[in-house]
Design a binder for this molecule. Structure first.
Ligand SMILES: [Zn+2]
Ligand SMILES: [Zn+2]
Length: 198
């Protein structure tokens, strides 16, 4: 039997109850995820282990690759991310990015509004996705939360369009290299300085 929304939720609860280590021992031969995570209530869960365990009867995680498992979980309405830098990043910054992902995921309308307002042009480097890539670049820009996220929790009221900006994928990664993130102005200054010195 394939996994259902309810069977996944039951495994998430079980994961919380017995802890990561026991859960992985029980369902994934003790191996933890390297980059694929399911996000639920501010927490990272090993995606493949959760998915495999949610089947009836549970299967071994190795039987299906991570991408397929992620796809199936998303079909069921779960939020999943690929985060290769999970343990290299500082905890605070990881938390921040997770909170940002959650807030923006909960506010699809806000993301649409920000894209409408700023189009697909990066606010830091002026890269224009639709100009460069044509049709497929429209709306490809990423949303970035401007407020100090330490004051914002995933349960905070929805943010307004003034509290977010849009950045290209590269600039978004760059502002998140420090904690708290660089301001867009600071990144713009760095880009300008790099241009001069090159
Ligand atoms: Zn950019
Ligand atoms: Zn961001």
């Amino acid at each position: 039997m394939t996994a259902t929304k309810a069977s996944v939720l039951a495994r998430i609860k079980e994961y919380d109850q017995i802890g990561k280590e026991q859960f992985l021992k029980r369902y994934a031969s003790g191996r933890s995820a390297k980059s694929y995570y399911l996000i639920y209530n501010s927490k990272y869960y090993d995606l493949k282990a959760i998915y495999a365990a949610s089947k009836n009867p549970p299967t071994k995680p190795s039987e299906k690759n991570s991408r397929d498992s992620k796809y199936e979980l998303e079909e069921l309405g779960y939020v999943c991310i690929i985060d290769k830098d999970e343990d290299k990043k500082e905890y605070n910054e990881g938390e921040r990015r997770l909170t940002e992902v959650q807030i923006l995921t909960r506010n699809k309308g806000l993301v649409a509004a920000a894209k409408e307002k700023y189009k697909s042009i990066c606010r830091a480097c002026d890269f224009d996705f639709s100009k460069f890539y044509g049709e497929i670049g429209i709306g490809f820009i990423e949303c970035h939360h401007l407020n100090p996220i330490s004051k914002v929790t995933p349960k905070s009221p929805p943010v307004t369009v003034d509290e977010v900006t849009v950045l290209c994928s590269n600039c978004h990664r760059m502002v998140h290299t420090s904690s708290p993130p660089l301001t867009v102005e600071a990144l713009k200054a760095l880009i300008a300085a790099a241009k001069i010195s090159n």
